[in-house]
Design a protein around this ligand. Structure first.
Ligand code: F0G
Length: 418
């Protein structure tokens, strides 16, 4: 389907934001020298300033950083815990043989819980894992905000404690920091202790708990491409450096042009503007309010970058093996030209050894809001369309798979009406 045939595109908030006038002018100053370009130093200084980490490896996007991380640390027999691994993180981790283990708190799996930090790691389970199997764990991840778990934030208290547990057991603690500024804003709003801190100070405190980070800068880098892998330890840096040169490019550009590095350096600064974050996260909350008024079920509370429609409640008449969330996703496009993405059994469902269908615990449709692109009236339109669909739910049926790839099948699979 050509993107031009989409009216409101909520497929992803990744690389789909609008760059500012300052970013566009920064592009013009890109230094395209192969090595040690001026633009690299702008990028590196910007990333060092909020991560506090010495070693920065630029990559063309988040999954390239994950690939480098796991090509060094993942092996069969190992276990990599996280609150929830994002799907590319899980795939990169499992591709090299380790098990990607999700340890989000129970409230994070309850679509009605209004816990303020549903992205938190279950610290008891983390501690138990490390007590029992410390030698199998090469790294612990924490995704901020927790995309797979509904774009929900992780509290600074939880990050500090998870980090302390990892440090006690000598396990490196890494952030998947795609939406670190949005997470920092939630911390400021919801964690009393930090309500008077600036976003920048909260972000720095967050990164101070980590030994390393991967980031897709297509989110909170406010740019259309980019990412990085950052680390404090020189030995790890050296091992990652070889992989970076092999897969992405020289150490000072990764897969990026000088002009990308310039736009990112400005984006990292703009994203921590509290007024920007208030309007950004406020817009997602506004869509939530409109959906609530129209009786459209979604995962409460609204996330930082997206609303996750609850298809098990919206389409209870569709059988689990017929992908209710995919059906709701198709209905949004057919009725309103709105593109979202299924996060349910297409993405996480499995077939067990006996050939039985094992569904994902939830069937969700993610409506991710691009940054600085849409207005309130676009959001009201989306809510109107979703409201009509839910009212007339009996019109919509399920789907079955006709083609799937062995990894990340939801990116390329084909389906037909069941
Ligand atoms: N980690 C998280 C939490 C993500 O949301 C993403 C991307 C990645 C890693 C990978 O980054 O795409 O730059 O390689 N999420 C996009 C999304 C694709 O739509 O949520 P990438």
């Amino acid at each position: 389907m050509p993107a031009e045939a989409v009216f409101i595109d909520l497929l992803t908030d990744s690389g789909t934001g609008a760059m500012s006038d300052r970013q566009w002018s920064a592009l013009m100053r890109g230094d395209e020298s192969y090595a040690n370009a001026r633009s690299w130093f702008h990028f590196r200084d910007a990333v060092q300033s909020f991560t506090g980490m010495e070693f920065i490896l630029p990559t063309h996007q988040g999954r390239a950083a994950e690939n480098i991380l796991f090509s060094e640390l993942s092996k069969p027999g190992r276990i990599v815990p996280s609150n929830n691994h994002f799907d590319t993180t899980r795939a990169n981790c499992e591709f090299y043989g380790a098990e990607a283990l999700d340890l989000v708190i129970p409230e994070g799996k309850d679509p009605h819980s209004t816990h303020p930090f549903k992205g938190n790691i279950d610290l008891g389970r983390l501690e138990d894992l490390l007590k029992k199997d410390r030698d199998k764990v090469p790294v612990c991840m924490c995704t901020i905000t927790n995309n797979t778990g509904g774009g929900q934030p992780v509290s600074l208290e939880n990050i500090k404690q998870a980090s302390a547990i990892c440090r006690k057991h000598g396990v490196p603690f890494f952030l998947d920091a795609c939406r670190f500024a949005e997470n920092s804003y939630f911390i400021k709003q919801r964690e009393e202790k930090y309500s008077s801190w600036t976003i920048e100070k909260i972000a720095k405190e967050t990164f101070s708990c980590a030994d390393g980070a991967t980031m897709s800068a297509k989110k909170d880098g406010l740019s259309n491409i980019g990412g990085f892998l950052a680390v404090r330890d020189r030995k790890l840096y050296e091992s990652f450096s070889n992989a970076l040169i092999l897969r992405e490019g020289f150490l000072t550009y990764g897969g990026l042009t000088g002009r990308d590095l310039e736009a990112l350096a400005v984006g990292f600064e703009e994203v921590m503007d509290e007024a920007y974050l208030a309007s950004r996260i406020g817009q997602v909350a506004f869509l939530g309010e409109m959906l609530r008024e129209r009786g459209v079920p979604f995962l409460e509370p609204p996330g930082g970058h997206a609303i996750y429609l609850n298809a098990l409640e919206a389409f209870p008449h569709i059988k689990r093996e017929e992908f209710a969330a995919q059906s709701l996703c198709a209905a949004l496009y057919l009725e309103g030209g709105i593109r979202g993405v299924e996060i349910g059994s297409l993405m996480f469902g499995k077939t067990d050894a006996a050939g039985n269908f094992v569904p994902s615990p939830m069937e969700l449709v993610r409506l991710a809001i691009p940054r600085r692109v849409y207005t309130e009236s676009h959001m009201r339109y989306v809510a109107d369309v979703a409201g009509e669909i839910v009212k007339n739910r009996e019109k919509y049926g399920g789907y079955r798979i006709t083609y799937e790839a062995p990894f990340l099948r939801h990116f390329t699979m084909k389906l037909e009406r069941a």
